[in-house]
Design a binder for this molecule. Structure first.
Ligand SMILES: CCCCCCCC/C=C\CCCCCCCC(=O)SCCNC(=O)CCNC(=O)[C@H](O)C(C)(C)COP(=O)(O)OP(=O)(O)OC[C@H]1O[C@@H](n2cnc3c(N)ncnc32)[C@H](O)[C@@H]1OP(=O)(O)O
Length: 254
């Protein structure tokens, strides 16, 4: 089983270098199987009817506040400007789409997602109420040396009264640094995470989480991370993490 899963995963391994466009929902043979216009229309509507179109959680929704939107627009502009034919000086940013089961939308992942805990959902994307918990969007710089995440912490993430739970902050740090390491060499697992909490984050506020690649050494990726106010003036949290690239068989061990 491990070998066949490994074959499927060879598609998934490309995940880190994917252009993060739309996930491959349509079957390649659709134009052959569905000849008439009405059949084709129905076929295209089906995923919507049955809700199979994946929701991209990193797009704006009505819960996003002014600060969240301002920063989102800022990074979005930096993404668009460079794709409109300007020279790439390594400052080109790309928004990462975010699904509640990323595995499902990678090449061959639909089968793998059935084999590995089919009911599993990404921890940070499993609350439907917009704005209640983790609202975030990650952008990465094309040279992959840097990621930036805009995070708005909802009311379900309370730790100290009126402030964000340290575990929720750790979750976000693991998510950004883990995603960053995955972009460099998917799949990875967190081996070590060191966190210093410097100043509390008010519940409902928006913060900026930036990660940088410190060092690569064989299977090891060392990534550090800072959580600051959106203008960068106040340091909330800083962290360093070690991520190890793994083989898919590691995920199937019990
Ligand atoms: C996963 C797929 C990703 C797909 C891509 C998705 C894209 C984005 C989608 C959605 C975003 C979500 C992103 C979230 C990310 C979250 C990630 C997590 O939270 S993962 C859960 C928490 N982590 C664990 O449960 C690990 C438990 N630990 C282990 O499984 C193993 O210990 C592991 C894999 C970390 C290492 O085990 P070994 O057997 O492969 O390697 P050994 O031989 O032990 O170590 C190799 C080298 O690393 C050093 N090393 C290992 N652990 C270390 C440590 N803790 N500190 C320092 N060095 C360590 C060793 O000393 C050794 O070094 P020498 O080669 O001898 O120089």
């Amino acid at each position: 089983m491990t070998r066949s899963v490994g074959r499927i995963f060879s598609g998934f391994r490309c995940f880190g270098s994917l252009p993060f466009g739309n996930p491959p929902l349509k079957t390649q043979c659709s134009s052959v199987l569905f000849r008439t216009t009405s059949e084709r229309t129905l076929m295209h509507a089906l995923p919507k009817i049955f809700g199979r179109k994946p929701r991209d959680f990193s797009l704006p929704n009505s819960s996003w506040g002014k600060e969240m939107m301002q920063l989102y627009n800022h990074y979005n502009r930096l993404s668009k400007e460079t794709t409109e034919g300007q020279e790439d000086h390594g400052e080109q940013w790309t928004r990462l789409p975010s699904y509640n089961r990323t595995l499902k939308y990678a090449t061959g992942g639909v089968y793998l997602s059935k084999i590995i805990q089919s009911k599993a959902r990404l921890f940070t994307r499993n609350i439907r109420d917009p704005g209640a918990s983790f609202e975030y969007v990650i952008f990465f710089r094309q040279d992959k040396l840097k990621c930036a995440c805009i995070f708005q912490a909802g009311h379900l993430l309370e730790g100290a009264p009126g402030h964000v739970h340290g575990g929720a902050i750790a979750t976000m740090i693991d998510t950004i640094t883990g995603t960053h390491a995955s972009l460099l060499s998917a799949p990875v697992m967190t081996a070590n995470l060191n966190i210093n909490y410097r100043s509390p984050i008010p519940l409902g506020s928006t913060v900026l989480i930036e990660s940088i690649l410190d060092k690569e050494d064989g299977r090891k990726r060392y990534i550090s991370c800072r959580v600051t106010s959106t203008d960068g003036s106040k340091l909330h949290t800083e962290a360093t993490g070690l991520f190890l690239s793994i083989s898919v068989s590691h995920l199937l061990k019990r």
